[in-house]
Ligand binder design. Structure first.
Ligand code: ADP
Length: 943
């Protein structure tokens, strides 16, 4: 729509241009003018007349050629004019005959020819324009008769013999016939000029003094006549000329000045020829023969004609000036038109540009409007976003509040859970500690009871006493068993129960166990059978763990199977030989469906406990232990029919569950960042790892002791004192059980040597001695034994003694470690452990600056092997030697940091750390602050 407007505007402007370009039409016609001669006033007058006429016709271009009286040249020029495109030809012929071929050519080309002044012999001309020569001659005769009042003698002077001269002569002569009293004295043939006639005229006048008038065919010849008459003194002779041209020295002036009496004006015909040509060109009707009239000029009209001629001339000049002006104007106009064109084009361009600028502006406005609209929309969107953000914020706030609430609740729950856990933990700890505390007195009760029932005085017991003692023993055993189960349960719970498997024959192991239940089964009148399809099934098993499992299963079977029932224990391979299955099947009361999902829960006993015989711990413990052993415990049961409990164990166990007899040896590096183990170096886990060396020459006793200790500890045996001492120094056991009476090196000597050697001085020793040698007890204690047992001793009592000593050792260790941390230099060192630590510390300090100090070097310097030193330090301090070295280094660092003469980096190097950052990390791990902070605190006294 807008675009259309724009186009229309442009078209309108283009339309303006032709209106602006109204200009004189360029010459549309060419008129050729061929003249024989251009010189002479008459010829000039002819040309002037043409031009005058053409000044009203700017559409005509006049092409003129001057042949200079040469007929051949004129022919050629006519040809040229035709070639140049002349549409009409005006020809003033030089000769009547010579031009015919040229006229014929024009005729052939269809170009009309206007003959001017002279005729040719060719009939093929369009028009003739010329004076009436005959008439002129006749006019001259009549005017002469009038002047002479029809009386007198005249002379005629003709022009060069020609058609014109002849016609004038004829006209003159014929007209004079009307006046009989006028006589022609003579005729002189002139040449149109003024001089050639003079001699003949002078002669003729002298001969004819009566002559009163001379008629010359031209004004020029009349001038010659005047001069002759003046010379002859004949001013009375009247002179008549022809032409009557205006201008200097011409006929009009001669008449006016009295040199001639009259002149016959006769138009050269230029205007008329042009007028005829125009009619031809405009296809208008025209006269073929155009004979021009003659006027007599004499003193009566000469002045008027002269004035008219002057006026005409000035008018002509005015016209020419105006034409000049017009041309100038046209030129100006043309240039202005060009300028206008330019302006118009510029205007058009400007308009175009303006239009496009306007359109662009309009577009901009539209775009701006659109942008404004979009901005508004964006604003709305932004507002909406802001609103939504606000809403989101509100929601977020709400959410965060809720989150906070949830977090608070969660924290509360966690706190509660933690509290519950702590409370449970505290209860369990109490329970555990309490069980520990119970065990020792129970053992102490067991010892004498056993002694009374089985000792050599037992024969003196009354039956009731024996019964009561039996009651005491059974219940004490039961209590012990419960306590032990509780402790095992605790061990499993805190992950301190470790499997230490050996490769053993499961068939033999289970058979042995079943056999111990035979007496009880007999008493209860329950048939107990053992079945094994394979004679032997070797597997990796931990007796200590499985013993408790099968003990519980067999106890339950016996417990819940009434007299007359049957218990079958079957050992067989399973899972294509990769596992061993032990099944305990009874024909007892079975397990009710509602109890089935719960029987493995701690303390679950179902709704009908077996008359106060159980505790609800047996199956839970058994399952925990089987899982620990990487096996499965399942059961199937039918109420009233009986139950089958199945234990499936893998025959192979991963290496970490297999027992190693030597202590684990690690590669120690000082560059390992080590942190002190968090307390609790004692406890059941380390007990299971504890190595007990039994030195006893009696093989039976040695084996008996070993068997009793093995479920709880790693046991090494030595058959005599010397070997025992050697093993003690090699292995650095955690405890030594040593017989006093041995061949060779006696027990007392062994103990003395152990105490004398730094490597073994810390090892607790239990001495076994004969009952009736009290002096040995004193000696033993003096030699440095920790506990003294008389043979035959209660194995449970021995076990408890071992445990107690190990626990004491741990306490002592803790004490020492604490001392080491808080008191860098113990003042007094009566205890051998302390003196060892002092020596060790001194050794480490001696090489403190050495970053490459190795444990081997250190051990060597103290006379230890690396392993011995490791075990000694572990036993005495409960830490690794590496840790100990580090603690010495860091303690020294503390000292150096208190004094600010060394930079922290220098301190690090001083105490044997190659890297500042490792030093900082280690220091911070131990003391909780960075070395620099430690220094600042200490210097400002804030520490
Ligand atoms: P308890 O000390 O009570 O025997 P256990 O954990 O050993 O505790 O057994 C849990 C419960 O499972 C028992 O109280 C008993 O109800 C049931 N139970 C265990 N073994 C048998 C069995 N062989 N026959 C029937 N019931 C059994």
């Amino acid at each position: 729509m807008r675009k259309k407007h724009h186009i229309l505007l442009s078209l309108g402007l283009l339309g303006l241009l032709p209106a602006c370009t109204v200009a004189p039409a360029p010459p549309t016609y060419r008129i050729g003018f061929s003249q024989s001669v251009s010189s002479g006033d008459w010829r000039q007058a002819m040309l002037a007349g043409m031009k005058r006429e053409l000044s009203f016709h700017p559409e005509i271009q006049l092409l003129t050629r001057d042949a200079q009286s040469n007929s051949l040249r004129q022919q050629q020029q006519i040809h040229d004019l035709l070639q140049a495109g002349a549409e009409v030809l005006i020809v003033a012929p030089n000769e009547e005959h010579a031009l015919s071929p040229a006229i014929e050519e024009a005729y052939r080309r269809g170009v009309p020819v206007i003959l001017l002044d002279h005729r040719t012999t060719s009939p093929h001309y369009a028009a003739y324009v010329g004076g009436d020569n005959t008439g002129a001659g006749a006019s001259a005769a009549r005017y002469a008769a009038q002047l002479l009042r029809q009386h007198g003698q005249v002379i005629e002077i003709t022009g060069t013999p020609s058609l014109v001269a002849n016609e004038r002569h004829q006209g003159f002569v014929q007209a004079l016939k009307a006046f009989p009293h006028i006589r022609v004295a003579g005729t002189i043939v002139g040449d149109w000029g003024s001089t050639s006639l003079q001699p003949a005229l002078t002669k003729l006048l002298r001969e004819n003094p009566e002559t009163r008038l001379v008629f010359a065919h031209s004004d020029l010849m009349a001038q010659g006549v005047y001069e002759v008459c003046r010379k002859l003194g004949r001013p009375d002779i009247r002179i008549i000329g022809v032409d009557g041209l205006a201008g200097k020295g011409n006929g009009l002036e001669m008449v006016q000045q009295g040199r001639s009496t009259a002149s016959l004006f006769y138009s050269p015909g230029g205007e008329e020829a042009i007028r005829v040509a125009l009619r031809i060109l405009h296809h208008q009707a025209y006269e073929r023969e155009n004979i021009l009239g003659t006027i007599v000029i004499d003193s009566t009209n000469a002045l008027t004609l002269q004035q008219q001629a002057a006026k005409l001339t000035s008018q002509q000049e005015g016209i020419e000036q105006q034409q000049l002006l017009l041309r100038t104007l046209q030129a100006t106009y043309a240039s202005q038109r060009t300028v206008l064109y330019g302006l118009a084009v510029s205007l058009l361009a400007a308009v175009g540009l303006g239009a496009s600028a306007w359109r662009a502006a309009r577009n901009n406005r539209r775009i701006n409007r659109e942008l404004a609209r979009q901005n508004k929309a964006n604003d709305a969107i932004n507002q909406e976003l802001v609103r939504q953000n606000a809403a989101n914020d509100a929601i977020n706030r709400q959410l965060s509040t809720q989150n906070e609430e949830i977090r608070a609740q969660r924290n509360q729950i966690a706190d509660l859970a933690e509290q519950a856990r702590r409370e449970t933990e505290a209860k369990l700890r109490f329970f555990t500690n309490f069980s520990h505390e119970l065990r020792t007195p129970l053992t102490l009760i067991m010892g004498p009871v056993e002694e009374m029932l089985t000792g050599h005085n037992s024969a003196t017991l009354q039956p009731t006493q024996r019964h009561d003692l039996g009651l005491i023993r059974r219940n004490t055993q039961r209590l012990l068993q419960l306590v032990n189960q509780l402790l095992d349960f605790r061990k499993i719970e805190v992950g301190k129960m470790a499997v230490q498997a050996h490769q053993e024959d499961v068939v033999a192991f289970v058979r042995e166990l079943v056999e111990t239940f035979e007496p009880a089964a007999r008493v209860q009148q329950v048939a107990l059978t053992f079945a094994a399809p394979e004679p032997a099934l070797p597997a990796w098993i931990d007796r200590n763990v499985l013993d408790k499992v099968f003990f519980n299963l067999l106890s339950n079977a016996l417990k819940y199977t009434p007299g007359g029932g049957r218990i079958t224990v079957r050992v067989q391979p399973a899972e294509e030989g990769r596992a061993v299955q032990v099944q305990v099947t009874d024909t007892g009361r079975g397990i009710r469906a509602q109890d089935s999902p719960h029987i493995f829960e701690w303390f679950y006993q179902g709704e009908q406990p077996a008359t106060g015989k159980g505790s609800g711990m047996g199956l839970a413990l058994a399952q925990g232990l089987v899982r620990l052993h990487q096996g499965q415990l399942t059961f199937s049961s039918q109420v009233g029919q009986g139950s089958t409990f199945t234990v499936t164990l893998p025959r192979e166990l991963p290496t970490e569950l297999r027992a190693t007899d030597a202590a684990p040896l690690q590669a120690f590096s000082l560059d390992e960042p080590l942190v002190l183990p968090a307390g609790d170096a004692e406890g059941p886990a380390s007990e299971a790892e504890a190595l007990v060396l039994v030195i006893e020459d009696n093989t039976d006793v040695n084996e008996f002791v070993a068997r009793k200790l093995r479920p709880s500890f790693r046991v090494q045996s030595a058959a005599d004192g010397k070997t025992g001492l050697q093993l003690a120094t090699d292995l650095i056991p955690d405890l030594i059980v040593c017989d006093v009476m041995m061949p060779g090196l006696s027990g007392l000597e062994v103990v003395a040597r152990l105490r004398a050697d730094w490597r073994t001085s810390h090892i607790p020793v239990i001495m076994l001695t004969a009952r009736n040698a009290p002096e040995q007890q004193v000696e033993g204690v003096q030699a440095g034994a920790d506990v003294y047992l008389t043979k035959p001793f209660n194995p449970a009592f021995l076990l408890e003694s071992v445990r107690t000593l190990l626990a004491n050792r741990a306490r002592q260790r803790e004490h020492l470690s604490r001392q080491l941390l808080t008191l860098p230099e113990p003042t007094a060192a009566p205890h051998p452990d302390q003196s060892f630590i002092q020596a060790l510390t001194a050794q480490v300090e001696a090489d403190l600056t050495r970053t490459d100090l190795t444990v081997e070097e250190l051990a060597h310097a103290l006379g230890f092997s690396r392993m011995q030193l490791y075990r000694k330090v572990k036993a005495v301090l409960g830490t690794s030697i590496t840790d100990f070295i580090q603690s010495v280094r860091l303690q020294k660092a503390c000292e150096l940091l208190r004094d600010d003469s060394l930079s922290v980096t220098a301190v690090a190097y001083e105490v044997g750390y190659a890297s500042h950052s490792y030093f900082s990390t280690s220091f911070k791990a131990r003391y909780g602050v960075a070395p620099s902070e430690f220094r600042t605190r200490h210097q400002t006294g804030v520490s």
